[in-house]
Ligand binder design. Structure first.
Ligand SMILES: Cc1cc2nc3c(=O)[nH]c(=O)nc-3n(C[C@H](O)[C@H](O)[C@H](O)COP(=O)(O)OP(=O)(O)OC[C@H]3O[C@@H](n4cnc5c(N)ncnc54)[C@H](O)[C@@H]3O)c2cc1C
Length: 180
């Protein structure tokens, strides 16, 4: 899923999806290049192209368009500053395997601890509240209070991004509407 860097923090479909599972204080791991084993690639290039720089290797997997399998070109410069500034002009042959291994692991599993979310102000889904086992799945009526019905996202049903929350709201509303 695509991820966005914004002036307020990380966003985009990947982050919205992840925020359904994340709890305050937890570390998240982001694979910036999910289709490539970056450690293996860097070590292989060290042997086959010892004079190359790290950015040249990574640049093969960047794109200025919106190919979500590739890193945006602008991000490469920022990552270099953040992750390998001290060896940015060092040829691969002169970089220790341990450092390349560490860098590859970071690119495939960047560890971040978010300081928080923006909360309900920008949330796309509430993650429920009413337990599903307290409601009839045939009528959506509460098992505890006759005549009280719950549908949609007020229930503990949270879909992935992609229309599943709408689907649930409409389907549960339809079922309820048939009996009320
Ligand atoms: C920005 C955004 C983007 C989203 N994009 C998607 C998407 O692409 N795909 C997807 O599947 N889901 C998406 N969702 C989630 C989806 O919109 C909700 O899961 C769905 O609308 C929930 O439907 P619902 O009927 O349970 O609640 P709601 O749609 O919130 O309806 C509740 C209604 O109750 C009314 N209400 C509240 N309190 C009272 C009261 N006291 N008296 C009378 N009326 C009251 C509210 O005004 C509201 O009209 C998105 C949500 C947001 C915020």
């Amino acid at each position: 899923l695509p991820m966005l860097f914004t002036h307020r923090g990380l966003s985009g479909p990947a982050m919205l999806q992840l925020s359904n599972y994340w709890h305050t204080g937890e570390t998240i791991s982001i694979n910036l290049l999910p289709n490539i084993d970056m450690t293996a690639l860097l070590l292989a290039h060290k042997k086959s192209h010892p004079k190359q720089l790290i950015r040249t290797v990574v640049a093969d997997y960047t794109d200025s368009g919106d190919d979500s399998n590739k890193l945006p070109k602008k991000l490469l410069a920022a990552l270099q500053t953040h992750l390998w500034d001290d060896i940015k002009d060092t040829e691969l042959a002169n970089i220790k395997d341990d450092r390349l291994t560490e860098l590859g692991a970071t690119l495939n599993g960047w560890q971040l601890k978010p300081s928080g979310t923006e909360g309900y102000r920008t949330a796309e889904v509430t993650r429920g509240g009413v337990k599903t086992d307290e409601v009839s799945s045939k009528t959506m009526q509460s098992n505890m209070q006759e005549g009280l019905y719950f549908i949609g996202e007020v229930l503990d049903v949270t879909g992935w991004l992609g229309g599943y929350n709408f689907q649930w709201a409409w389907a549960s509303g339809f079922v309820c509407g048939e009996v009320v």
